[in-house]
Design a protein. Sequence first.
Lengths: 351, 351
Amino acid sequence: MLNTRIKNDRLLKALRHQPNDRPPVWLMRQAGRYLPEYRRIREQAGDFMSLCKNPHLCCEVAMQPIDRFNLDAAILFSDILTIPDAMGLELSFAENQGPQFSKRIESVSDINKLPIIDPEASLAYVTEAVRTTKSALNDTIPLIGFSGSPWTLATYMVEGGSSRTFPRTKALIYTQPQAAENLLSILAINIIEYMKAQINAGADVAMIFDTWGGVLTPPGFLRFSLKPMQKIVSALKTEYPDIPVVLFTKGGGAWLEDMAASGADGLGLDWTCDLGNAFNRVGRQVALQGNLDPGALYGAEEIIREQVLAVLTACNNQPGHIFNLGHGIEPGVDPEKVKFVVDTVHQFRYK
Amino acid sequence: MLNTRIKNDRLLKALRHQPNDRPPVWLMRQAGRYLPEYRRIREQAGDFMSLCKNPHLCCEVAMQPIDRFNLDAAILFSDILTIPDAMGLELSFAENQGPQFSKRIESVSDINKLPIIDPEASLAYVTEAVRTTKSALNDTIPLIGFSGSPWTLATYMVEGGSSRTFPRTKALIYTQPQAAENLLSILAINIIEYMKAQINAGADVAMIFDTWGGVLTPPGFLRFSLKPMQKIVSALKTEYPDIPVVLFTKGGGAWLEDMAASGADGLGLDWTCDLGNAFNRVGRQVALQGNLDPGALYGAEEIIREQVLAVLTACNNQPGHIFNLGHGIEPGVDPEKVKFVVDTVHQFRYK
């Protein structure tokens, strides 16, 4: 599994704390609506899930930012909610709306009926997208596979879609915490199999997006978000010790020590977190990925440059930093600003 | 201004780090849609702004939770966006929608044209609501006056309403940071006069709600949120040294030291922040207000009790804690659960 054949291995080196000429750079949601060529494919596919379920088109949109910006990693094009869809909740996206499930988890008995999935069967469109993209990359740069975290998937499954305050999920953890843990355990099992399938299909790095871990209390985060993520990290590291695992909890800046203790190789940081401080806290244990404010992409070039340089210099020229945004690129961003960010990172050299 | 006449002065004592038998308790958005008696008045008033502009009804809804729960403080009933409305942006609330301004700040010239307001004139409905509520309270408990923070008001004024990622406000700070500072300065001036008017009308405590400070980077928070709040704290403490000032930045847990250095008497904490840790960091400098997860109010009583006791015992029986939620009570909450929380705090005694 050790991908020594990959020509540009800056990302893998950074995740192993090995020296690089400069930090590797990739950007969350680098394949997305801000790119006109993405919008064309998206229209061609029809609805968003049809795009996700078409491995050929997934590969095409995953490659678009690579062709444009010369990034140091590609990421599988998919959605974090493919697993609940495969578990029978029926995911759809209305035009310009968030995700919606036609079924949602309403009771303990709904949780007890949830299936263990075989991702090679029900999520074959994802593993096929990994294979197709891996082949298109032709070992130039690594391919990142991913899943949503158990807690994050649980919030969508219980709310039936997006939420601002998660009333149903909060009701679940504060009335039936054991049932919530059962739900999270089933999700962890399915995510482990899903990530294994992605790795077997060619993913070089496994990333877990914990978009909503930051809406929990500190003990709630440990119990309902980190503990099930920890299970995933352990299972993957046992089976694939050479595949780096990266955890990203939005709003998780207070909990980096706990997250680093999970055995993950890297942690993603959002833009509200002080990267230099994070490096001092956990930078010897884990690589750190982030954390330019995605809003900076609406900025003027001289200010973008200042912000990018602040991120690049925060870790004191030490290895183990992966340049990224603190969250995904927003649809209204000008691709030229993205190019400017990437070029600024490319011009940087470690002292 | 020292309100020694107030019979239940637990809140004022906690804000001065003086001993209490138990922490005072009040709850953000304690007057609100979760109360059937509130919904009746709200319907009677017509739209939400008509309620805010009717001092008699504002007093009535501010008193509703006091009558029900025997709380240790009342809070002025108003909206954080009264100032931009008074500045000419024309605030309205469509049914079950967030706030909307009919005009928004689109350019530097819009910022330069913004007026300094006379709150005694254009916000007389607020000062009158303070007077009416203060009189209804009859010195039983203190009355908290409040405003949105400059940064929080600026986001609504620039976006024209609510936002998820604040693209226009981010564009402003990353293209025209000086213009953003000018906008924030005008807002700080208006907020200072507004809070003075509330204090002159009888408010015993001044609270600044920085709902959106947590969407900034660490340097961005210091520059665009804390610096203008600091101006407000300084101006108020100079003129009214005995009126406590409380700052609440949602998502501001990483920045408590900076916030405590502002000279504020108290800091509000959201539920993602570890209260015991916060107490160790800044608990000798400032009182801490918070921080039960508002989602716990959807919980079972035995779990609510555990969560409330965890908050009550986090500060090691030291004075300087004010029990509250980490954010406002949500509309779907059962008032009986709120009563259970308040009763649990009432039964607690410091060792």
